[in-house]
Ligand binder design. Sequence first.
Ligand code: HEM
Length: 510
Amino acid sequence: METPLLLFTVAAATSAYLLWFYLLSRRLTGPKVWPLVGSLPLLFINRRRIHDWMAANLRATGGAATYQTCTICIPFLARKQGFYTVTCHPRNIEHILRTRFDNYPKGPDYQAAFHDLLGQGIFNSDGETWLIQRKTAALEFTTRTLRQAMARWVNRTIKNRLWLILEKAATENTSVDLQDLLLRLTFDNICGLTFGKDPETLSPDLPENPFAKAFDSATEATLQRLLYPGFLWRLQKFLSIGAELRLENSLNIVENYMTEALNARKEAPSDDLLSRFMKRRDTDGNNFPDAVLKRIALNFVLAGRDTSSVALSWFFYSVMNDKHVEEKIIAEITTVLKETRGEDPRAWVDDPLVFDEADRLVYLKAALAETLRLYPSVPEDFKYVVSDDVLPDGTHVPAGSTVTYSIYSVGRMKSIWGEDCMEFKPERWLSEDGDRFETPKDGYKFVAFNAGPRTCLGKDLAYLQMKSVASAVLLRYRLAPVPGHRVEQKMSLTLFMNNGLRVYLHPRVL
Ligand code: HEM
């Protein structure tokens, strides 16, 4: 091509692109966007405070609490792969999670990324495949025997291992990373509950467990897939290199462990979820094949492992910094225990709470809910848009794009929770006489456990577990922060603390 013609073509194409970009950016309501890379530079700059950044963007919209942005400003891609609608508007969330549930599945990218680890399990499926498992699982999660099983696994771990570790640290006046201990504890519990085998990762010498390590690394490699364009991880997988090689190796370890667990349950069924699913039949009246059973179990492990430990870490952090709330929690537990175990304080700390004692702790439940409002274990969640739609606040969402609902931001908006939304106030969850725990009338202003047909199945079990652990720690010890230790959020799909939660433990005099 002649040089003038070439220059003219380039100039014409650039002008057409800039005009297209101008029209696109005029319709976007979120942070500033640049040609080609859209809002990616700001996303990168704010990567260490991504949740607060998103909340600030949402506040900046005024009352709307919804914005739209683009990370790939290239024609044809900009309205699909690179297009994000971010919202924390309760009516929009209700629309996505309940009213037009079928239009907002997890979607093909999410499913493809998680497929190797979770198969078509409940956490990673949509439509009929999801519905069948949901119905079967929902039946099990309402049984009293499952709650008893959870209470048994939790209390055993507290009594035989957690208390030993904490007592040693208190006696020797050394600090512990409470987050690490809690992660180990809930991993052990969920494995016990799911397939009847406690890997005892919470033990005095804090051992490295091959299954836990492989499961962690498989989850991490899977999450990495979501960060990059799909063809990149598919190429890595084809070549068996990098994160994909690590994933392959970890999955082999996980697979072998699950095969052993399944065989053990076949020989000696128990009250765990795997044994329960082994007895059930699929829609054709057949037993679930072994491969499916293993995936089902892994889905429960993923769903119930880090969520409660992360919530507990933020709970202890919040309570440690609020003496008034701490005193009220202790007062409530001791009042209940006086009635159930008598006046001698030694009897209160001899054994962890039984189910009926835990059930009576409404202020503690309120403090846990308040923690989840400010620090939801899953801070942001995503859905795929099947066909063009309009959200209740008038926002148009194009088919093929992603809607993010920011659970973190919902709890931090004055328009939703009032002027004192940033304060830690368990009282807001109590009835007027203070005797009952009350969920908000608008169920979509608290979505830490999700809402609609895909509401968390483990919510009641999680509260039971968290109450037991919270009382077991607080009744015996006062927690004190380690000077200089910085508590900050880790930027991942679960709201971990970046450097853990290092605390000293001082025996509590009751
Ligand atoms: C504080 C603790 C917990 C929190 C904050 C929590 C939160 C959530 C959230 C936000 C979801 C929706 C995830 C999504 O679809 O993207 C979910 C789903 C789920 N959770 Fe939980 N969870 C907790 C504990 C548990 C426990 C202990 C279990 C199991 C024993 C569990 C079992 C499940 C299951 C099976 C689902 C999938 C439901 C479905 O897709 O139909 N969760 N949870």
